[in-house]
Design a protein around this ligand. Structure first.
Ligand code: TPP
Length: 558
């Protein structure tokens, strides 16, 4: 019989899950757990804020496909994970967050640094646990990793009271998981798959619309096979970027509010949508009454509750996308869609995704294009939220899955820098860029210390327009240019901030200096902040105004 403390069981269980990194910050009730970690091979990445820890774990998970792990203290530490949990939950990212809790006899007594984190996070986690007894710990950790990473992935929180961590108990390793009521369906219904193939084969104007689920399921290869065999054009949601190579002739870019004209026209005119691992977010559909009015819809998703939630679906198929596509591919044929492809080519020629470049000022789109060219499309790009995110999505041509990491569902400013840290730790072989706004970067800029301490050569490209740009854009277009609370006139000197943290900082004011600065940053073995002074009132186009159908775009013809 092996006796161990809860803290020792915690370490042992994480090692059995092949965890390499834990992101977090210690505090009173988790000191025993951190003490057990001190002698273990697990590497703890001490962040400067718990929100940073959760986004770093999330970035690690998105970049590697493994589960990201956090460990924080009770009360304030636990509460600081809320935004990271909500971010991971909206985008179906597998992370496990361990929070310290006051000793079990004190729970509910407003003890020092107590918060009901299980109650607080119930609506923003896939599942959460309060561990009441050290004997249950090994099983709960096994279940937490299993739930986070199977079916539709998502964040799981495990609340760990201090007495559980210090109590000695018999350690019995757990290798099997059976959870009543939790059995993700992976196979897909054969008859439904056949029906889907018939619809595809009969279609004349079909479009494949893929989402982040394709990347999560590892189904990118099958998606390419399906598209090539049928000759169907492919559009991907923001989170699906990289799920289909952007340089493929069949690629339409992203649809929706800031989608390409040709993707939006294709979805509006098509006779069939083959939706894979996507949830028809309102940013994609626009006015739902006007969305794809001529189309039948096939929807493949591992989460049955995502199907028919936002749009009516003709052929629902519940299961793992890679699995289902592999069964679908032998049943489909090359479709008779020559006229449709010709129509799409015409739209592409008539309404290309482009912008008016300038030699007098630096255009933000130009910066993204230069990052793309300098990294040959091989980098991992994280983004903050706002115009920077949309320009990154449009002008970096993502070739492979897990190369674009961005907060889609929640739209979390402050995501990009910590996510870049997680991504660089998980993929040390990759060049990592956070494409940032001057507003967003200030939300988690303290994580520069984490990057410097761990000597991570991440690059932060700030598209500095001295505005909360995306909000300013809406104010310009829909509120008569009344720039209420969107001017950032007292930004700090980002070069000095970089230097103060021990990173490298560069300010770029001229177009000719953009590319050399990017190349220098890539060569620098330290974190680098590139502060690009860009055109201040550049807009993201095309744009679908709120309430309009996605065929009703404004701007975008350069
Ligand atoms: C945490 C958080 N607060 C507020 C917002 C609302 N919001 C969306 S975009 C945006 C402006 C972002 O400005 P900046 O980071 O400078 O990027 P830009 O749009 O200029 O590229 C704001 C405030 C948000 N998405 N997240």
């Amino acid at each position: 019989m092996t006796m161990m403390t809860g803290a020792q069981i915690f370490v042992e269980s994480l090692l059995r899950e092949n965890v390499e990194y834990l992101f977090g910050i210690p505090g009173g009730v988790v000191i025993p757990v951190f003490d057990a970690l001190f002698d273990s091979p697990l590497k703890v990445i001490l962040t400067r804020h718990e929100q940073g820890a959760t986004h770093a774990a999330d970035g690690y998970a998105r970049a590697t496909g493994k589960v990201g792990v956090c460990l924080v203290t009770s009360g304030p530490g636990a509460c600081n994970t809320v935004t990271g949990l909500a971010t991971a939950n909206m985008d179906s990212i597998p992370i496990v967050v361990f929070t310290g809790q006051v000793p079990t006899p004190m729970i509910g007594n407003d003890a020092f640094q107590e918060s009901d984190i299980v109650g607080i996070t119930r609506p923003i986690t896939k599942h959460n646990f309060l561990v009441r007894n050290a004997r249950d710990l090994a099983r709960i950790i096994k279940e937490a990793f299993y739930i986070a990473s199977t079916g539709r992935p998502g964040p799981v929180l495990v609340d760990l009271p201090k007495d559980v961590a210090v109590t000695e108990t018999e350690y019995v390793p757990v290798s099997e998981v059976t959870i009543r009521g939790y059995k993700p369906v992976l196979d897909g219904h054969v008859k439904q798959i056949k029906k889907a193939a018939e619809l595809i084969n009969a279609s004349k104007k079909a479009v494949i619309y893929a989402g982040g689920g394709v990347i999560l399921a590892g189904a990118a290869k099958e998606l390419v096979q399906l598209a090539h065999k049928t000759r169907l054009p492919v559009t991907t949601s923001l989170l699906g970027l990289g799920g289909f190579p952007a340089d493929d002739k069949l690629f339409l870019g992203m649809p929706g509010m800031h989608g390409t004209r040709f993707a939006n026209y294709a979805l509006s005119e098509c006779d069939l949508i083959v939706a894979v691992g996507t949830r028809f977010d309102d940013r994609v559909t626009g006015n739902i009454k006007e969305f794809a009015v001529h189309a039948k819809i096939i929807h493949i998703d591992v989460d049955p509750t995502a199907i028919s939630k936002n749009v009516r679906v003709d052929v629902p198929i519940v299961g793992d996308a890679a699995n289902i596509l592999a069964k679908l591919i032998p049943l489909v044929t090359r479709t008779d869609n020559g006229n449709w492809l010709k129509q799409i080519e015409d739209w592409k020629a008539q309404y290309p995704l482009t912008y008016k470049d300038s030699d007098k000022e630096i255009k933000p789109q130009y910066v993204v294009e230069q990052i793309y060219e300098a990294t040959k499309g091989e980098a991992i790009i994280t983004t903050e939220v706002g115009q920077n995110q949309m320009w990154a999505a449009h002008y970096y041509k993502f070739k492979s899955p897990r190369s674009f990491l961005s907060s889609g569902g929640l739209g979390t400013m402050g995501y990009g820098l910590p996510a870049a840290i997680g991504a660089q730790l998980g993929r040390p072989d990759k060049v990592v860029f956070d494409i940032a706004g001057d507003g967003s970067i200030q939300m988690n800029i303290q994580e520069l210390a984490t990057a410097v301490h761990n000597r991570l050569p991440i690059n932060v490209a700030i598209l500095n327009n001295h505005f909360l740009g995306m909000v300013r854009q809406w104010q310009e277009l829909f509120h008569n240019r009344r720039y209420s609370s969107t001017c950032l006139l007292n930004n700090p000197d980002f070069v000095k901030i970089a230097e103060a943290y021990g990173a490298k900082g560069m300010r770029i004011r001229k177009k000719k200096d953009v590319r050399p600065a990017i190349e220098e940053a890539i060569k620098t073995p330290l974190p680098v902040i590139l502060d690009f002074e860009v055109a201040r009132e550049e807009n993201v186009y095309p744009m679908v105004p709120v309430g309009a159908g996605i065929h009703q775009m404004i701007g975008g013809l350069a």
